[in-house]
Design a protein around this ligand. Sequence first.
Ligand SMILES: C[S@@+](CC[C@H](N)C(=O)[O-])C[C@H]1O[C@@H](n2cnc3c(N)ncnc32)[C@H](O)[C@@H]1O
Length: 218
Amino acid sequence: MTSGINFVAKQARAAGDGVKFFDTQFQRQARDRDFRLNPFELAALPHLHGRVLDYGCGLGNLAFAAAQRGCSVIALDASPAAIAHIRQRAAAEALPVQAALADLRDYQLEEDFDAVVSIGLLMFFDCPTAFKALEHLQAHVREGGIAVVNVLIAGTTYLDMFGADSYCLFSRTELESRFSGWNILSSEFSDFEAPGGRNKAFATVIAQKPRTPDEVRA
Ligand SMILES: C[S@@+](CC[C@H](N)C(=O)[O-])C[C@H]1O[C@@H](n2cnc3c(N)ncnc32)[C@H](O)[C@@H]1O
């Protein structure tokens, strides 16, 4: 599927059990008006500026926080509940957040961004698809721009959200190594307890794309 960010939402094809899992959660959170930022979103927020892409935006909490700080945001996700909520909230609050329903396993961006964020998405894809999507995201960051990427890594024992779909637990060093040549602003590992005494292990990288020598001199 090729889909630009011309805001013509396309019906996401069956994007997998990960989406069903979250769609139900987002309906509940929207009903309860639970719009808190998670710890990864809180860490990302100070780095966002200008034109921002939230790739796997969930309920859009980070997108709205960024828009309230002056960013113009494109928010993409395959959850119909999330995208419907974001559109309704953006209109109600007159904030520059544009949302589109998209299966991000196969999505072509047609614009470059000052900042791209992908928190908790790529592990829902098989590994080759996740690595390809990450490369695609990185290619659409402007020179000097920021990427914030967070994934589950090996050591994660809570896998219920993946259902029968394929998934990708990155190796511990994989994410940072894929930002080789970038200026790494932060690279962190964090563990969270999950139901049944199990564990979720995350890697989070915040990195700045290098400027070309010509741009630095100008
Ligand atoms: C762990 S949630 C993260 C949401 C948000 N970034 C946050 O930090 O709260 C994972 C998100 O990935 C989305 N997702 C999973 N598979 C997807 C796919 N194939 N295409 C687009 N979104 C997908 C889910 O709908 C959900 O919003």
